[in-house]
Design a protein around this ligand. Structure first.
Ligand code: GLN
Length: 492
């Protein structure tokens, strides 16, 4: 069964013409979640107040027209973003019973515009992972093939949108956690420019890299979400005072004559032939619209993974030191003294990948090693940034695969951390350079698995990237996995 509406514009038309009430739309999504999610595992919690809120919004709309496109619009939120009244678990035992008192700024902006939170979505524990297999709360399955992972760390948000359990969702992206699951699930995912959106109320992983961004089916919807969420916030001083309206202007502009760079390093041996073939078709579409492709070099991008696993783990080791059993979350009851309590709490509260990261980061920052590791990583990070800067003197955006392969099988990489880390090889450099990047659906592989095209732009070029995504969307069409008992494959 298809949802009551398809896309934000259709939602607004249906709502304003009273084709359906906000309550009906909300109930429709909640019942989809109830029906489909036991199999998919996208949600960790649902909002028991959603229907009440919908009713209130309907009542208010009986007197006044809807004040915002998002008025009554249902959304899903990754479980590392605070929604007051719902748990924030980060899919960790450490926060299994944690309830925030405040909303994240992005959630606050959604609620003020009248949006309805459907629930919180599954993820890799503390956003560390690329398959959602690191969740302490259970698996999330890829709706295109239930034997495969949805990607991660925002796997639940990607699946929620791909399987029509929510029309849009929010995720976070530190090294690829929005783009990679978007590619694996066949939806659009955007990581904004560092400093575009407030992270207040996002549980910090690596603060110099983390960004919040949308999952959507349509580029236009992602743009509207970006316009709503962007801009300064007194509670996150890293947000720039950049006019969001520029994104809308760029989105309306043509791609004719735009120069698109093809980085040689992103099309090397490690790239799956089916992904490559799909990308070739996508490239033809943009050429057909008048974009001009040109080869470029990003030689330092190959060090991205090394740099990332020093910087991100160092920051994570520091950010996660707050989980001590005193101030937040889980506390082990085994302990005889305070030292013992810290040890047991962290031993029992964190999963293996989180522990690995804390150990790596603590080592990298330990006395005598800082210059060798952390400082070195920062130097290479500067090189990566400079190479992108140079490239953007010649090209307007960069075209690349989002992932080297289509979605992989459960268990395929989870016992080999390096293999798992390599699945982010194409996404990480945009985080290290602070640049906006998105993954848009391309044509699926011959066996029907989703493929993502990644577009990376200079800072503040989200509108331009979304324009190209809209062109691809038109060519590829909106594809949906078949739902119900015969999952896998495409809906009729
Ligand atoms: N997969 C990467 C990691 O494991 C990126 C995660 C993210 O972007 N949050 O760290």
């Amino acid at each position: 069964m298809t949802p009551l509406f398809d896309g934000l514009a259709a939602f607004c038309r249906g709502r304003d013409s009273r084709q359906f009430s906000i309550e009906e739309a909300t109930r429709d999504y909640l019942s989809r979640i109830e029906r489909e999610d036991p199999e998919l595992g996208a949600f960790l919690s649902t909002n028991s107040n959603a229907v009440n809120r919908a009713r209130q919004l309907d009542n208010r709309m009986a007197r006044n027209p809807a004040p915002s496109p998002f008025y009554g619009y249902p959304v899903a939120i990754k479980d590392n973003l605070h929604v007051a009244g719902l748990p924030t678990t980060c899919a960790s035992r450490m926060l299994a019973n944690f309830r925030p008192l405040e909303n994240a700024t992005v959630v606050e902006r959604l609620l003020q515009s009248g949006a309805i939170v459907l629930g919180k979505t599954n993820m890799d524990e503390f956003a560390m992972g690329s398959s959602t297999e690191n969740s302490a709360m259970g698996v999330t399955r890829n709706p295109w093939d239930l034997r495969r992972v949805p990607g991660g760390s925002s796997g639940g948000s990607a699946v929620a949108v791909a399987a029509d359990l929510a029309p849009m969702a929010l995720g976070s992206d530190t090294g690829g956690s929005i783009r990679q699951p978007a590619a694996f699930c066949g939806v659009l995912g955007l990581k904004p420019t560092y400093g575009r959106i407030s992270r207040y109320g996002l549980v910090a992983f690596s603060s110099s890299l983390d960004q919040i961004g949308p999952f959507a089916r349509r580029a236009e919807d992602a743009l509207q979400m970006m316009l709503l969420l962007s801009g300064p916030d007194g509670r996150d001083m890293t947000v720039a005072s950049r006019d969001p309206a520029e994104m809308e202007r760029d989105f309306r502009a043509d791609v004719r004559g735009k120069v698109i760079g093809l980085p040689e390093e992103f099309f090397g041996d490690g790239l799956d032939p089916d992904v490559r073939a799909s990308l070739d078709r996508a490239r033809e579409v943009l050429s057909g619209e008048g974009a001009v492709f040109r080869p470029i070099r990003l030689p330092s991008a190959q060090y991205g993974i090394n740099v990332y696993y020093l910087i991100a783990t160092s920051e994570a080791a520091s950010n996660l030191s707050r989980y001590d059993g005193v101030r937040y979350g889980y506390r082990s009851l085994k302990s005889k003294n305070i030292r013992d309590m810290y040890t047991h709490t962290r031993q029992e509260g964190f999963g293996p990948e989180v522990k690995r990261r804390i150990l790596l980061g603590t080592f990298a920052l330990s006395a005598g090693y800082q210059d060798q590791y952390y400082r070195k990583a920062q130097q290479v990070q500067s090189l990566i940034r400079e190479e992108f800067d140079r490239a953007f003197h010649e090209v307007d955006m960069i075209f690349a695969p989002t992932t080297p392969t289509p979605p992989f099988l459960f268990g395929e990489k989870v016992s080999d951390p390096l293999a798992m880390y390599l699945s982010d090889i194409y996404t990480i450099s945009a985080n290290l350079a602070g640049l906006p990047a998105l993954s848009a659906p391309s044509w699926p592989t011959p066996s029907g698995l989703p493929v993502g095209v990644q577009l990376i732009g200079p800072a503040w070029s989200e509108g331009r990237l979304l324009r190209s995504a809209a062109i691809l969307e038109e060519a590829v069409g909106i594809r949906r996995p078949s739902v119900g008992t015969t999952r896998g494959g495409e809906a009729a």
